[in-house]
Write a new protein. Structure first.
Length: 220
């Protein structure tokens, strides 16, 4: 496995996530489907890819993507829930880590390895706690119900915290998320529809990715 020190400096990683503006979140059940979906959205313009630990082969999928696209893509790992997954993902080449919740042991492990960490949080207390523990970006999750107005309200008392909404973001509202103060957004089912992934409809995924990335570029 790769050593953690082989990863890009985390400040560079975070800067690139912000510059790209979007992360494709791939949640599926096999290496083949993960790689198929990744290649489809890469063809559609995504350059930051998150492979979630939702199947046993996630580490291998991250390693394959990292080896094949080392210079062009930024590959990360999602649904990180413990120290063991932190070490596995970083060893496989993950340049950033994402968790669905605020887990001090995960944040600590990422900081020890000097890898960018993006925990998920929702309430103001959770968001501030994540940031105070060392989060590089805080992911609003889930972001479906309250939409961009919720982010806009959060930015009032917490303007110093970089926030990335995930779920609830699509091509029709991504501009509003950026206007509300998002530093980047996560693309989940609006682009990476689980049914399309399961059926291997890669051309449709590529088209959705193109539409989403066009909307991101237009919004910024």
């Amino acid at each position: 496995m790769k050593l953690a020190t082989a990863s890009l400096d985390k400040t560079v990683v975070i800067a690139r996530i912000k510059a790209e503006g979007s992360v494709a979140v791939i949640r599926t059940d096999s290496i083949e489907r993960a790689l198929g979906a990744a290649n489809a959205v890469i063809a559609g313009g995504f350059r930051v890819i998150e492979i979630t630990y939702s199947f046993n082969g996630a580490t291998e999928a991250i390693a394959k993507l990292s080896d094949a696209n080392e210079n062009d893509l930024l590959i990360g790992a999602g649904t990180i829930l413990n120290r063991g997954q932190v070490r596995e993902a970083v060893g496989a080449g993950a340049r950033f880590l994402v968790s669905p919740c605020v887990l001090p042991e995960v944040i600590d492990a990422a900081r020890e390895l000097q890898v960018a960490i993006i925990p998920g949080a929702f309430t103001p207390t959770e968001i501030y706690t994540a940031y105070s523990l060392g989060a590089d970006i805080v992911k609003i999750f889930p972001a479906v119900r309250y939409g961009p107005e919720y982010l806009r309200a959060l930015r009032g008392p917490l303007p110093q915290i970089p926030i990335m909404p995930t779920s609830g973001v699509d091509a029709t509202n991504v501009a509003e998320w950026f206007r509300a103060g998002a530093v980047a957004v996560g693309a989940v089912s609006s682009v990476l529809d689980p049914v399309l992934i399961r059926n291997g409809e890669w051309a449709e995924l590529t088209q959705r990715a193109q539409q989403f990335m066009d909307a991101v570029r237009a919004a910024r």
